[in-house]
Design a protein around this ligand. Sequence first.
Ligand code: ADP
Ligand code: TRP
Length: 328
Amino acid sequence: MKKRILTGLKPTDSQLHLGNYFGTVKPFIEMSETYKDAEIFLFLANMHAFTELHDAQALRQNSLNILKLYAACGADLSRYFIYSPADVPGHAQLTRVFDCLTIMGTMERMHSYKEALDKGKKWEISVGTFCYPILMAADILLYDADVVPVGKDQKQHVEYARDMAQKFNRQYGETFKVPDVSIRDEVAIVPGIDGRKMSKSYNNYIGLLDDEKTILKKVKQIPTSVQTVEESKNPDECNVYKITKLFLTAEEDAALRKRYLAGGLSFKDAKDHLYEKIISFLKPIQEKYAKISDKEIITLLEKNAKIVNEIAKKKIDEIYAKIGFKLA
Ligand code: ADP
Ligand code: TRP
C-alpha cells in the first residue's frame, strides 16, 4: 500500500502571508516532491476553523482562497486528495466515538484549550474548542495516515491521536494505524515588518495577495537604525536584510552581506531592493491566482469527496461493527 501523508489547512484568514509561505506552503510543496509515490491527503480544516470563525461567507471564501493560493504557489492540486471534511460524514461520526472514549482530563491538558483559557473565561469557551483535538484525531485516523506533517504547535494533538489509536486497538482489536508525526523544521521563522514573528495577529505581515502600493507602504515602514550611508552596517541586525534574505540564492546573499559590511549602502537602497524582490516573487503567484476560478476548486473538492467518502465509509463500517452500533 502507498504511504499516506495527511495534513489539514485551517482557513481562518482570507489570504496567506510570507511567513505562512516560507513556514508552511513551501515546505509542503517540497515534501510532496520528495514523496512522489505517496498518497497525499490535503484537506480544509474548516470544521476546525469554525471554532473561531462564525461568518459563513468568510469561512467559505477563505476555504477557496487558501486552496487557490496553494495552487498559485506551485502545488499541483490534482495530485492530492483535497476535500472538505464537511462533505465526509465519517469525520463527525468518528468524532462522536472518540468523544465517548476521551476523558475531560485529557482535553484539559491540551494546548488548544489552554490557549483559549489564557484568552478568556472557562465558561465562555465553546465545547468545540475544548474538543478540538478529538476532531483532529478523527481527521487523521479515519484514513489510516502514515505521516502527519504539522507545525510544532500541533504536535501534542497528533500525539493524542496516536494514543487514541492505541487505546482503541487495545480495547476493540487492531483497527487504526498509529500515525507518525512529522514536525516542520523551524528553520524559517519569517520576521514581520516590525521585527517580531510575522503574524496576522501582529498586523506586521506582507500578504501574498497584497498589491504593489500596500507592499511599498509596508516596506517603507520597516524600522532601521540611524546610520549614515557610508557607515558599515551589520546585516544580522537589519530587518530589511532578514526579509530580503528569504528571496536570495547563497551567492546573492553573500554579495548583499558584503555590501552591508563595506558601507555605502543606504537603507533606502536596501528597501528598494527588498521591494523589487517581493514584487518579482509575488507577481507570478498573483497572476496565477487570478486565473484560478472558485469553480475549479469546487469541482475538485466534489470529485475528491466521492473518493474519500468511500475510504471513510469503509472505516466507519468497521468501527461501528466493532463497538456494537451495527445490529445486523
Ligand atoms: P498567524 O500567526 O499569522 O496567525 P498561523 O498561525 O495561521 O499564522 O500560521 C499557520 C502556519 O504558518 C503555522 O503553523 C506556521 O507553520 C506557519 N507560520 C506562520 N507564521 C510564520 C512565520 N512568521 N514564520 C514561519 N512560519 C510561519
Ligand atoms: N489543527 C491544525 C492546525 O491548526 C489543522 C488540522 C486539523 C490538522 N485537522 C488536522 C492538521 C489533521 C493535521 C492533521 O494547523
